[in-house]
Design a protein. Structure first.
Length: 323
């Protein structure tokens, strides 16, 4: 995740920014440990209006550690028309959670998507839901890494002190759910977008761990990775990921062990422990520094930029959209 530039040659999945997932956040609702917050962000820099009307956006939840969804929250959207769009939310369990089609119980229909600072959450069955344009919470000195790459990967990252995503917007689906809807015990979460083509849903993008596909996967497998499922990650991507890490200072054994901490690409969350990446993820986690330092085997310093100052203390927690 943090796939603001997720596919090969900086293309968007399906050549459409609305299908490009940027971040997944999972944490306990502040002041209410019996509820869990799931946030899925997409459309980096908010190119285009709203969500794709032919797509299915989905939270996938694994409750038994087999890298298959046991519960799923799916979202479909009406076409954007004259400044308006609506959302329908579904909740599925069991076999219905393992199809890309929106299945299960309908939590809410025709919920208004928000496009300005006046937008408010709605009640969707036992859940709270917000869909709409928000300030992007992701913070990263991307230019510092770009300069490092241009300079032939010499020395530490050349941090510039500038946050590439300050003032940027995304489109967010934020959901606060009773934790028992996610099953007992620790969970694994990942998000997906699928696009309907010729009557079939075709996978477009997915992710669990932050800054995984854009930073660690080689360019020639980024698109393939987006189109596959976590259950096959170790088989498909352990070797290429380990080879990438070896090029950045890991021994072969270290590289294989480090790669297994990220594969399958699922964000794990033990709800008996505080959320902080890699145990879930909160909006203030400096995942960009963590990922870059991980990539170079600890031979780097953290970036100098920090969390955005427009985060909210209450649901949906992301700041209102920037002008």
């Amino acid at each position: 995740m943090s796939n603001h530039f997720s596919a090969a040659n900086l293309k968007h999945p399906g050549d459409d920014a609305r299908l490009d997932l940027t971040d997944l956040f999972v944490f306990a609702a502040p002041g209410n440990p019996g509820r869990t917050v799931l946030i899925m962000n997409s459309n980096p820099f908010a190119k285009g209006d709203g969500f794709h009307p032919d797509a299915v956006y989905r939270f996938n939840i694994d409750t038994d550690g087999d890298s298959l969804a046991d519960a799923a929250f799916s979202f479909t959207f009406s076409p954007y028309d004259n400044g308006r769009q609506t959302a329908t939310a579904y909740y599925a369990t069991g076999s219905q959670a393992q199809t890309r089609e929106p299945r299960g119980d309908i939590l809410i229909e025709a919920a208004e998507v928000g496009f300005d600072a006046t937008a408010m959450p709605v009640q969707a069955g036992p859940c709270r839901l917000f869909t709409g344009k928000r300030s992007d919470p992701f913070f990263a000195d991307a230019d510092g890494v770009l300069h490092w790459l241009i300079d032939g990967q010499k020395g530490d990252f050349q941090w510039t002190g500038t946050d590439t995503f300050a003032g940027a917007n995304i489109y967010s689906i934020a959901l606060e759910v009773p934790s028992d809807m996610l099953g007992p015990g620790p969970i694994g979460a990942w998000i997906t977008t699928s696009l309907r083509r010729d009557g079939m849903l075709v996978p477009m993008d997915r992710g669990g761990n932050p800054s995984f596909n854009p930073i660690l996967n080689a360019d020639d497998i980024k698109d393939e990775f987006n189109a596959t499922d976590p259950v096959d990650d170790v088989k498909n991507y352990l070797q290429p990921l380990a080879e990438t890490l070896q090029r950045h200072g890991y021994s072969p054994d270290e590289a294989a062990a480090a790669a297994r901490t990220l594969l399958p690409d699922i964000l794990h969350y033990d709800r008996t422990r505080p959320a902080r990446y890699p145990n879930g993820r909160v909006l203030t986690d400096d995942v960009f520094s963590a990922r870059m330092i991980f990539m170079v085997h600890g031979q780097a310093t953290p970036q100098g930029v920090g969390p955005h100052d427009d985060l909210l203390a209450s649901f949906p927690y992301l700041g209102p959209p920037n002008p």
